[in-house]
Design a protein around this ligand. Structure first.
Ligand code: HEC
Length: 114
């Protein structure tokens, strides 16, 4: 019994090969499960903006850089954008609004030069 493949006991002659393929697929899949995904783990407003808004709003296309809106206005706009298909998880909305008001609110001064 000693030299036989453990994972596939009834495997034909090329069981060893399949075992390797299995490992090659299983190891990355396991790592993906164990390591936190940056897309899910990142929970600050700027990264939510990057994920949910930046595909339609870039500095050069439909830019929001010069916008200075109140929290209420950002909220209304974001609700409208969700209607356009923006993917903002409900739980992340306050964080996104915090970011927008902080960086693009009435008190955040003239648009930053980048
Ligand atoms: C699917 C593309 C798309 C996504 C994603 C998107 N937007 Fe928009 N956005 C638009 C379009 C198109 C307009 C212009 C039409 C309008 O104002 O309704 C717009 C307009 C706006 C405006 C008004 C701009 C103005 O000049 O008054 C704001 C503010 C805004 N978006 C914010 C956001 C925010 C914040 C997000 C992320 C939560 C976002 N958008 C995601 C397409 C998008």
């Amino acid at each position: 019994m000693a030299g036989e493949a453990v994972a596939f006991p009834a495997m034909p002659a090329d069981g060893e090969m399949l075992n390797r393929i299995f490992l090659a697929l299983a190891v990355p899949a396991l790592l993906a499960l164990l390591l936190p995904s940056p897309a899910i783990a990142a929970d600050d407003g700027a990264s939510i903006f990057a994920q949910a808004c930046a595909l339609c709003h870039t500095p050069t296309r439909r830019s929001l850089d010069k916008k200075r809106l109140t929290r209420h206005e950002w909220e209304a706009a974001t609700e409208r954008m969700i209607g356009y298909g923006a993917q903002v998880p409900k739980a992340k909305l306050p964080e996104l609004l915090n970011y927008l008001v902080r960086s693009h609110g009435p008190a955040s001064g003239p648009p930053a030069k980048k």
